[in-house]
Ligand binder design. Structure first.
Ligand SMILES: [Zn+2]
Length: 152
């Protein structure tokens, strides 16, 4: 059973339709990330999860310093990912590089780790998990990018 998905209807202006060269409508950053999310769900064997991705300003994050966050309902296999906008990521910390796709992978990996999620008061364990996920997310993206460039 799938729940009805909201379709993002792109309004195409009439003038555009009559033009000879009609390029496909450009996807918003959020739509691109939603697409990336589906790809990574397949790769990470998380395709049975219903994951929504939003690209939001820092003030809409659970922590204004976070580049990404995820909330999941493990029994329903649904999750919401929030990624901070690239503009706000720079404002958060100009020295901290921000890669939306890597952050997306990071948040998805949390779903695999969900059963082992340490108590939030266990600071050391939380940090260790974050570092582990960071290392895996970075390695996976690097690998995916190198495969992509090899296929060109
Ligand atoms: Zn994390």
């Amino acid at each position: 059973m799938t729940e009805p998905k909201q379709l993002h209807h792109q309004d195409i202006a009439l003038e555009q339709q009559t033009q000879q060269k009609c390029s496909p409508p450009e996807l918003t950053l959020e739509q691109q990330m939603q697409q990336k999310c589906r790809e990574w769900q397949q790769r990470l064997r998380l395709a049975d999860w219903d994951v929504t991705v939003k690209v939001v300003p820092a003030m809409d994050m659970s922590s204004t310093q976070a580049q990404g966050c995820i909330h999941w309902r493990i029994t329903e296999k649904t999750a919401d990912i929030k990624l901070v906008t690239p503009e706000d990521a720079v404002k958060q910390n100009p020295m901290r590089p921000y890669n939306l796709e890597e952050t997306l992978i990071h948040e998805l990996l949390h779903l695999h780790m969900a059963p082992f999620e340490p108590d939030s008061s266990e600071q050391t364990e939380c940090m260790a998990m974050e570092w582990t996920i960071n290392a895996i997310a970075g390695a996976l993206l690097k690998l995916a990018n190198s495969q992509e460039s090899a296929n060109v």
